[in-house]
Design a protein. Structure first.
Length: 186
């Protein structure tokens, strides 16, 4: 990993984050520059029904066809992640994040989006950091930066995602995947 966090990387919460909002979360970084960073939590399903929030979009999303809770910022707004079906095309309303993964503007007509994406997922809200804030949290050890796999972003079941991502890292991070909230079990 380079010194600076980059769009397309995962942030995996350290066990020290505890049971707060980001406890055992896996965040995909969407944007990261000198003015700050933003991402979406990949392993938290929202309470709201996707069909109620964005009618017509659930049939285009990858299973499970639900609304995800992307983070505590702007939860009344939505972020749509989309993986291209054809990596050589950039469909209307889509902006590349990394490789064939990008953001799809939800004002895009569903007729245009249909068939253009191999995977699609919608998040209510996002996680945001001011300039230097994420770097400080990384130095403190709150987060671990790791490479993402498509299966992390579009997994069928988000239950256990935190442990699965940690386990494949090896060494200390793999050991952290066995962490239990019961101190006597650790």
């Amino acid at each position: 990993m380079t010194n600076r966090p980059r769009a397309g990387e995962l942030l995996v919460a350290d066990v020290g984050m505890g049971g707060g909002y980001f406890g055992q979360s896996v965040v995909l970084l969407l944007d990261c520059d000198g003015s700050g960073a933003l991402g979406v939590v990949l392993n938290r399903i929202a309470d709201a029904d996707l069909d109620d929030v964005l009618p017509g979009w659930s049939e285009l999303t990858s299973a499970p066809q639900v609304l995800f809770e992307g983070g505590p910022v702007s939860q009344n707004g939505a972020v749509c992640l989309a993986k291209l079906a054809n990596p050589t095309e950039d469909p209307p309303g889509w902006r590349r994040i990394h490789d064939d993964l990008g953001l799809l503007h939800l004002d895009t007509p569903t007729e245009i989006a249909r068939g253009a994406y191999a995977d699609l997922r919608i998040f209510a809200g996002y996680a945001g950091w001011e300039a230097g804030q994420l770097e400080g949290e990384l130095l403190r050890g709150d987060w671990h930066r790791v490479r993402r796999l498509d299966e992390d972003v579009f997994c069928l079941s988000t239950e256990g995602l935190w442990r699965r991502v940690l386990r494949r890292q090896g060494f200390d991070l793999a050991l952290m995947s066995t962490w239990s909230e019961d101190p006597e079990a650790n």
